[in-house]
Each structure stands twice: as structure tokens, then as C-alpha cells.
Unconditional design. Sequence first.
Length: 380
Amino acid sequence: MNKILFKLHSWMALVAVVPLLVICLTGSILVFKHEIDALLMEDRVRVDSAGSERLGLDDLRQALETQLPDYEIVGWTLFQDRNRADLVYMMAHGSSEWRYALLNQYSGEVLARPVGLTHYLTDWLLDLHYTLLMGDWGMLVSSIFSILLCLLGITGLVLHRKFWKNFFTLRWKARLMVYFSDLHKMSGVIASPVLLVLGFTGAWWNITHFAHELGEHAEGQGHHVMEGRLYDGRLSLQALQDDAVRRVEGFEATYITMPWEPGVNITFWGDVPTGNPLLSQYASSVTYNARSGDFITSSDIRDAGFGAKFVDSYRRLHFGNFAGLASRILWCVIGLSPFLLAITGLYLWSRRRGKRRSARAKRRACRLGGGQLSPARGQG
């Protein structure tokens, strides 16, 4: 059984090594996406909140419409970090492409005009991470490699299920193959729980998003082309947000879904105090009719069942931001562990392969040698 598992583990690693290294490297970098953005373009992603009050949503919407008259708002991120600029998703009239702008929520100034979703460096890295730059089908391909990451973790833990006996053993003075074997086992056992979480949540997201895209456009329908506003412009977004706060106790809006195609309503997604660090800042929601502004439904994560809370925890578990900076650093470091596993694993595989070749050559030589001696025996 162990022999079969070892071969399966080895071949899965060989097949998946390059894509997994790309996915893991970009994932580790993206743990600090905003910090990198702030380093590269601080004037666009950071704002000064000192002594300032956030403008109302209606005033901000008016500012956007004045500065960007050829665009419609389709999504709006309201960050809980007061010094982080609002990120507003938009579609240009006559286009089906989503773009995003950056907005100073204290002055109404557009800090960065709408750009494509892969325009900036970290956005391109995010696309590489999720789709391997292969579009919608790339989500499926990436999910396959994420599943392989899970299988590698599971088979590795089964193969080294008795790791606890020599968990922290590193035979420093042993030959390189023995040292690499110890290092591979130890780093794999330490990293596997986190890699399993990352692989599972990443695969789940990509598969569900791919299935949604496939279902929406299975018969060849294209994405909706934005010709004009899909909601009643007389609606007060601020009044709707205030109503959402009254409907869900302690509600803090963090994202607004606006209609990007016919039939989509206005939904405020937000955070509520729960005491559970794994529940995301988008766990609760309140939805209104896009034409009339009438209340439709609300969802409070505190009243949800275990399944809904479990699925919602995927976000914080994947991004590693459930325990502040400490968990983010840990996720970043463990996300790089596949590089060490790849180096040690490839070295061990090549050495074992070389030994097997030598053994086969020796057996072949012995057989050939025996065949040459047999006539001599007959002559004797």
C-alpha cells in the first residue's frame, strides 16, 4: 500500500509542480496585496481620514457621475480601514467589461480612473493566481491543481503517519539524501494542514465560479452590454444603507452590489459583531428592489446554520486574515513551503530514479554475464 501511495504522491507532484509553484508564490505575495499597492501607488489607494467625515453615498455617487459620466456603478467596496480609498467597480456605456476606479470617500475625488481588472501589478498577479491567465477555463484548470495540492497533502500525511516519533529530527551530519528526506517530511507535515485548507477553499471557489459562468453562458449568451442605468437613479443609496442598519443589528456595510445586468437588485453586504474571527466581513446582507427600492430580504450570519457559517469561513481561511498580521505572515511563509518541498522532493526522486537505473543495469549485466558463461560450462 505504501509503495502505491508513494508512486502516486511522486507522480502527482511531478505533474503539478510548476503550476502549484506559480499558484503558491502568487498567493503568498497577495497576502500583502494592499501593502504592495500602497508601496507602488500610495496616492491612489490611501487617503487621509484625520479630522474628516465620510461623505454620504449619494454625494459620492454624484461625484462619480460628474467625473465619470460615461460609466455606471456595478459594485462598491467600502473598506473597514478608514485610510483605504473606496474601490468602485464600473462598466462603460456600450461595454460588457468590468473596470474599477479608486475614490477618496472624504472629498469625492476620483483618485484613479477606471482600469481593467488586471491593470495593476497585483491585479495581474491575482488573475495569474486564480486562472493562470487562461480566462474562465483557467479557473477550472487551477482548481484541478488545487485538488492535486490537497491530494499531495493527504498522501504525504498517510505516508508519514508516524511522523510524531521523529517529528523534529534533522540528521544534519548525514549524507544529503538523508537530510533532504528528513527536511521534506518535517516541512510537509508542518505545512500540510494549511496547504489543505488553501487547496480546498481555492478549488471550491474556482469550481463554483466556473460553474456559475458556464450556467450563465452555456448557450452562447454573451455578457450584458451596459447601455444605461439599470436601477432608478432617484433612489437614495444612503437611505437604503441606513435602512439596512436598522434591519440587521450592528450591521456595517462593506460592499454594495449594483445591477450589472437586468434582474439584479441592490444588495448591501456587511459585517456584524459575532465574536467568531473566521466569519467574513461580507457574511450578512440586505437586498432591495433596484427599481422601487422596496425591501426584499435580509440575511444575518448570526442566525444562519452551521453550513452557511462554515462556507463563509472559507474567505478568512484562504486569505489568512483571521488573526491579524500574525496569521497573514504565517500564511505567507507556509504558502512558500512548496518551493522547499519541490526542491527536496525532486532531489530525492532523481536520486532514487538514478539508483533504480543503476540496479537495473547491474541486473542486466549479471544476466548477460551468466549467458556468456553457460557455453563454457557445456564444453567442460
